[in-house]
Design a protein around this ligand. Structure first.
Ligand code: XMP
Length: 605
C-alpha cells in the first residue's frame, strides 16, 4: 500500500458505530486515514492535513464523555465533526447543544441554506442519514448555518476562517448518497490532500501479515460455509499451505437447511481436503436450554465454539503453543460487540465473547479480515478466485437460527393499543398493537431492547407501513421495531394473542428452518427479486393466537450491514409468501418487518 504520512486524515474515534466507515471512505477517495482515540489525537497530528471527529454514543453533557485535547482546536488543522463530533465542536467552541425534541433515526431531507463550501455540489433536498438524540441548537460564534432538516435546525455548520465544519448527519454511510461528495470536498478542497493511496497490493499485504502472525504454528479455522469464514480460510490456506491450516465445520444444530451439503460441494470442488466436520448439535442445544436473554444466548454459543475448538485441538494432537485459532471476524462484528474504546455494546457477536477476547490479548487468534466490511470481503474473495455462488451468498450469523428463534420465560397477554402509537397508526387507517416481546435496536449509537409494535388494518402500501414505522420509532420512546401483519385475521383477534413461555428446542428449530428454506426458495424463484435483497433473516416468535406461533420476515437491503433498509419487495409477493408460510403446521401469523437500521438492527436479537 502506498501513501505518504504527511498526506493523511486523522479520524478521531468518539465511539460511533460508523467511525471505521469514515476512515474507509477517506481511503476509497485515495487518501490514507488513520483512526485514533480522542486523547491520542495530538500525537497523530504531526503531518496530518485534516481531522474528522466521528459520531459516538455519548452526550456532551454525560458524566464521563470522551475528552478531547484543547490544543486540537487551536492547531490550525481543518476539523470536520460528524454527529456527536458536530456536537463536540459546538459545545467546545461555545455554541449550545440540547436534547432534541424528537430523536431522529434514519432518512431525512437536507435543506441547504448556507454558502457553497463543504456542501458544494450537493443539491437542495438531498436525502441524508441521521441517528441522534441531542442536537446543536446554537452555532458557536464565527460559525454560519449551512443546512437544516425538518426536525434539526443546524444540520450543517461552518466556520470558514478556522476551517471547522459540523454535520449532524452521517456522510460516511451509503444511505447518504451525497456523502462521498461532501467528504471529498473536505479532504481535497478544504484540507488540500492529494490522491496517493491505493490497495492493489492488498492480498499480498494480508498474506504477509498472516505469515508473520502465525510464525511456524498451525491454524485451526472455524468455517461455517458463509462468505467471511470461507474468504478468511482461503487467505490463510494461500498464505501458509493446506497442511498448516485445518478447517473445522461445526454443526451447531442452528444451521440452515442443507448448509453442510452445500459447503461440502464448494470445498470439494476447490480441492480443499483440510476440513473436519463435527456434529455438536446436542451439545449446543443442551447448553442453551431454558435461556431467553439474547446476550446470554450469544455468549453461551461463543463459549461452546471455544470448547469444541479445544476438544478438536486435542483430537488432532495439537499441543499448546503449536497452534492458533483462525476466525472470519469482520469489522462490524467488532464494533457492534463494543470493542472499540468508546463504542457501546449493541450485541456480542459469537466471535467476540470474553474468552475469545482473552485469546486475542494473548496473540492466539488470527482474524485476517477484521478491518474489513462485507462488501470489501466479497471483493477480496473475488480476487482470490472464489466462486460467485459463495461470494454472493446472503450473510448468516455465527449463532445461526438460535438468535432468530425468540424465547420467553413467561406468558404475557398482548398489551393492547397504547394511545400514542394508536394516534400515529390511525392517521394512515391502521391499528397498532404493542407486543410484550423485545428485540434489539441501535439508536443514537446505543443498544436498545424494546417492545415490538404490530400494525394491522386494511392493506396499505409498503411505503405507508414504513412511514408509520419511522414516525413511531422517532416519536414514541422505547419503540425500535415495527412489523405489519401479512396474514389477514379478524379485526380484534390480536386482543386474544399472547406471548407464551418458550425456549429453543428441536421442534421450533425445525419449524424455523423450514420457514427459512421456503422464504429463500420463493425469493430466488421470483425473477430479479433476490438482487433487491442483501440479507433475509426469518424469525420465529412465541406469539400465538391459540395453537401456533408467529413467523417474522426481515429482508433488508444494505451494503455493509452498518445501516440497512427494509427491502421493498412487491406486496403481492409478500402476501403469497405469507399464505405459503401460514400453511406450515404451527404457524398462526406472519409479519413483515418495516424498520430500517437504525433504529432496529438487522437480526431481531
Ligand atoms: P445486526 O443484527 O447487528 O447484524 O444488524 C449485522 C450483521 O451481522 C450479522 N451478525 C453476526 N454475524 N456472528 C456473526 O458472524 C454474530 O454473532 C452475528 N450477529 C449478527 C447479521 O446477520 C448481519 O449480517
Amino acid at each position: 500500500m502506498i501513501g505518504k504520512s504527511d498526506n493523511q486524515i486523522i479520524v478521531i474515534n468518539a465511539g460511533g458505530q460508523y467511525c471505521h466507515m469514515i476512515a474507509r471512505r477517506v481511503r476509497e477517495a485515495g487518501v490514507h486515514a488513520k483512526v485514533c482515540s480522542p486523547m491520542g489525537a495530538l500525537a497523530s497530528l504531526n503531518g496530518a492535513k485534516g481531522v474528522i471527529i466521528s459520531g459516538g454514543p455519548s452526550s456532551v453533557y454525560a458524566d464521563n464523555p470522551p475528552k478531547f485535547p484543547p490544543k486540537l482546536f487551536t492547531s490550525k488543522i481543518p476539523i470536520l465533526g460528524v454527529c456527536y463530533g458536530h456536537q463536540v465542536l459546538a459545545h467546545t467552541l461555545n455554541g449550545r447543544v440540547e436534547p432534541g425534541v424528537e430523536h431522529e433515526y434514519g432518512a431525512a431531507i437536507l435543506n441547504i441554506v448556507g454558502q457553497d463550501t463543504i456542501l458544494k455540489g450537493v443539491v437542495d433536498k438531498a436525502p441524508v442519514w441521521m441517528s441522534h438524540g441531542d442536537e446543536v441548537v446554537e452555532a458557536p460564534p464565527g460559525f454560519q448555518i449551512l443546512a437544516r432538516t425538518k426536525t434539526c435546525k443546524i444540520a450543517a455548520m461552518a466556520d470558514l476562517n478556522r476551517k471547522f465544519f459540523g454535520l449532524q448527519f452521517h456522510p460516511e454511510v451509503t444511505d447518504t448518497p451525497c456523502g462521498g461528495r461532501i467528504l471529498k470536498n473536505f479532504i481535497f478542497d478544504i484540507c488540500g490532500c492529494e490522491k496517493d493511496w491505493h490497495i492493489d497490493s492488498l492480498i499480498d499485504h494480508l498474506k504477509d501479515r498472516i505469515k508473520s502472525h502465525v510464525g511456524d504454528r498451525h491454524v485451526l479455522f472455524f468455517v461455517s460455509g458463509g462468505v467471511d469464514s470461507t474468504v478468511a480460510f482461503a487467505l490463510c490456506t494461500a498464505a501458509l499451505s493446506p497442511d498448516r491450516v485445518t478447517g473445522v465445520f461445526v454443526d451447531t444444530g442452528f444451521m440452515r437447511k442443507n448448509e453442510r451439503i452445500e459447503l461440502e460441494k464448494v470445498f470439494t470442488r476447490r480441492g480443499w481436503n483440510n476440513i473436519l466436520y463435527v456434529d455438536e448439535s446436542e451439545y449446543f442445544l443442551n447448553a442453551i436450554q431454558c435461556k431467553s436473554d439474547p446476550e446470554e444466548k450469544r455468549k453461551i454459543i461463543g463459549d461452546c465454539f471455544l470448547d469444541v475448538q479445544h476438544r478438536v485441538g486435542i483430537q488432532l494432537g495439537l499441543t499448546t503453543g503449536k497452534w492458533i485459532l483462525g476466525q472470519g471476524t469482520i469489522y462490524p462484528d467488532t464494533i457492534e460487540s463494543g470493542h472499540s474504546q468508546e463504542a457501546a455494546v449493541i450485541k456480542t457477536h459469537h466471535n467476540r465473547v470474553p474468552a475469545i477476547q482473552d485469546l486475542i490479548a494473548r496473540g492466539l487468534i488470527i482474524e485476517p479480515l477484521k478491518d474489513f466490511y462485507k462488501d470489501e470481503v466479497r471483493e477480496i474473495g473475488r480476487q482470490l478466485g472464489l466462486p460467485k455462488s459463495l461470494i454472493e451468498k446472503y450473510p448468516f450469523p455465527g449463532p445461526g437460527l438460535a438468535v432468530r428463534c425468540l424465547c420467553s420465560k413467561e406468558n404475557f397477554s398482548v398489551e393492547g393499543q397504547p394511545k400514542e402509537l394508536q394516534k400515529i397508526a390511525k392517521k394512515r387507517g391502521l391499528r397498532a398493537w404493542k407486543v410484550p416481546l423485545r428485540t434489539v435496536g441501535v439508536q443514537g449509537d446505543h443498544r436498545s431492547y424494546s417492545h415490538l409494535v404490530i400494525l394491522t388494518g386494511k392493506s396499505a402500501k409498503l411505503e405507508t407501513y414504513s412511514e408509520v414505522a419511522r414516525t413511531m420509532t422517532r416519536k414514541v420512546r422505547n419503540t425500535n421495531r415495527v412489523a405489519f401483519l401479512i396474514t389477514p385475521i379478524e379485526p380484534d383477534r390480536l386482543k386474544n394473542a399472547s406471548v407464551t413461555n418458550a425456549y429453543i428446542d428441536k421442534r421450533r428449530l425445525n419449524l424455523l428452518r423450514e420457514a427459512d428454506a421456503i422464504s429463500h426458495e420463493m425469493l430466488f424463484n421470483e425473477k430479479g427479486l433476490s438482487a433487491e435483497v442483501w440479507q433475509f433473516p426469518v424469525v420465529l416468535l412465541p406469539l400465538t393466537l391459540g395453537s401456533g406461533e408467529t413467523i417474522a420476515l426481515r429482508p433488508v437491503s444494505s451494503t455493509d450491514a452498518m445501516t440497512a433498509r427494509h427491502a421493498d419487495l412487491p406486496l403481492d409477493f409478500i402476501k403469497r409468501l405469507g399464505r405459503r408460510l401460514k400453511k406450515l403446521e404451527g404457524v398462526d401469523m406472519v409479519l413483515y418487518d418495516v424498520t430500517d437500521k437504525p433504529p432496529a438492527t438487522i437480526e431481531w436479537e
